[in-house]
Ligand binder design. Structure first.
Ligand SMILES: [Fe+2]
Length: 284
C-alpha cells in the first residue's frame, strides 16, 4: 500500500516538505493535497517509541515518506556498523521510502559524531572511497542510494576536482543517484565565486532521484550560510527551472529548519515550485 503510493511520486510532479516536529501540527492541519510527500531523517525516529513513534505513524498514515539520512559519513573512514545498517534497512522498509540518501561529507571520525556535514577533499581517491561506501550501503539497505553535495565554507588544499566533477565521479563509479540541492549549489557558487549555471550543467543531472530547495542566511560580511531558515531565493527558483529540463519529474522537497513561518508561507513556496515545474513539463 505504502509502496504503491510512493511509486506514484515518480510518475509526475510531486512537491514535499521536510517533516520537522516544530511544523508537524500545522502541517497536519493544512488542507489535504497541500503537499505530496514528506521527508524525514531516520536518525530522529529510529529506536524511539512513545510520542515520537506515534508522530511518525501519523505522518506515514497521511503522506508518502521519503527518508534522508545525516549520519552515514559517506566520506569518512569509520567502519559502517552492520547492526545499525540492519536496523536502518528494516526501518526504511517499514517506511516504504523509494530510495535513501545521505551526504558526500565526513560527519564522524574515530567513532565520534561531529553533527556537522563537513566537506571532503575532492580527490579521485576520495571519490573512489565514497563510491565504494555508497555501493556497500545500497546493498546493505536493499535500496537505491542518492548522494547529496553539501554546502561548504572552506576547501582542502588537496582538491583536484570541482564540485560537479567530484559528484559525477562518485555517481558514475557507484551507479548511485544524485540528490540535487539547488540551495547548496547556489550558496557555494556565491561563497566560492563560481557560475552556478556552469556548475549545474556539468552535474550528472540525469541521475537525479530527488531535488532539495531551501533558503539561507546572508551574513553582513557577505558569507552565505546554509541555515534553511529563510525563504527560497528567486535565484534558486531560477536554477530549478533550468535543472528540471534535464532531471525530468522527480520529487522536489523544501527544507525548512528554522525561523518557521506560518504554514501558509511554506505552502506558497510549494505552489511556486509547482508553477515552475508545470511550466517546464507541460507548457508549450
Ligand atoms: Fe539538502
Amino acid at each position: 500500500m505504502q509502496g504503491a503510493r510512493i511509486a506514484d511520486l515518480d510518475k509526475g510532479l510531486s512537491v514535499g516538505l521536510g517533516f520537522r516536529r516544530a511544523l508537524a501540527e500545522s502541517l497536519f492541519s493544512a488542507p489535504s493535497g497541500s503537499i505530496d510527500f514528506v521527508e524525514l531523517a531516520p536518525e530522529n525516529y529510529l529506536g524511539f517509541g512513545g510520542p515520537r513513534r506515534r508522530l511518525l505513524q501519523k505522518a506515514m498514515a497521511k503522506w508518502p515518506v521519503i527518508a534522508h539520512g545525516l549520519a552515514l559519513s559517506l566520506g569518512g573512514d569509520d567502519k559502517l556498523d552492520p547492526v545499525y545498517l540492519e536496523e536502518l534497512a528494516q526501518f526504511l522498509s517499514d517506511l516504504g521510502t523509494p530510495h535513501y540518501s545521505d551526504h558526500l561529507c565526513i560527519g564522524s571520525a574515530h567513532g565520534r559524531h561531529s553533527h556537522e556535514l563537513l566537506p571532503l577533499p575532492r580527490t579521485m581517491s576520495c571519490a573512489r572511497h565514497c563510491a565504494e561506501r555508497v555501493d556497500g550501503v545500497s546493498r546493505a539497505l536493499g535500496l537505491p542510494m542518492a548522494v547529496e553535495h553539501v554546502s561548504a565554507y572552506g576547501s582542502w588544499p588537496e582538491d583536484e576536482l570541482d564540485e560537479a566533477d567530484f559528484v559525477t565521479e562518485v555517481v558514475e563509479r557507484s551507479g548511485c543517484g544524485l540528490l540535487l540541492d539547488l540551495n547548496n549549489l547556489y550558496v557555494n557558487a556565491r561563497n566560492f565565486e563560481f557560475d552556478p549555471y556552469e556548475m549545474l550543467n556539468r552535474m550528472p543531472l540525469e541521475a537525479t532521484l530527488q531535488i532539495h530547495m531551501a533558503g539561507h542566511e546572508r551574513r553582513p560580511d557577505g558569507l552565505r550560510v546554509d541555515t534553511h531558515s529563510e525563504a527560497i531565493l528567486d535565484e534558486v527558483y531560477a536554477l530549478l527551472a533550468e535543472a528540471l529540463k534535464r532531471t525530468g519529474p522527480v520529487p522536489i522537497l523544501i527544507e525548512r529548519d528554522g525561523h518557521f513561518p506560518p504554514i501558509e508561507e511554506l505552502l506558497v513556496e510549494v505552489e511556486q515550485i509547482r508553477r515552475i515545474a508545470n511550466g517546464v513539463f507541460f507548457a508549450g
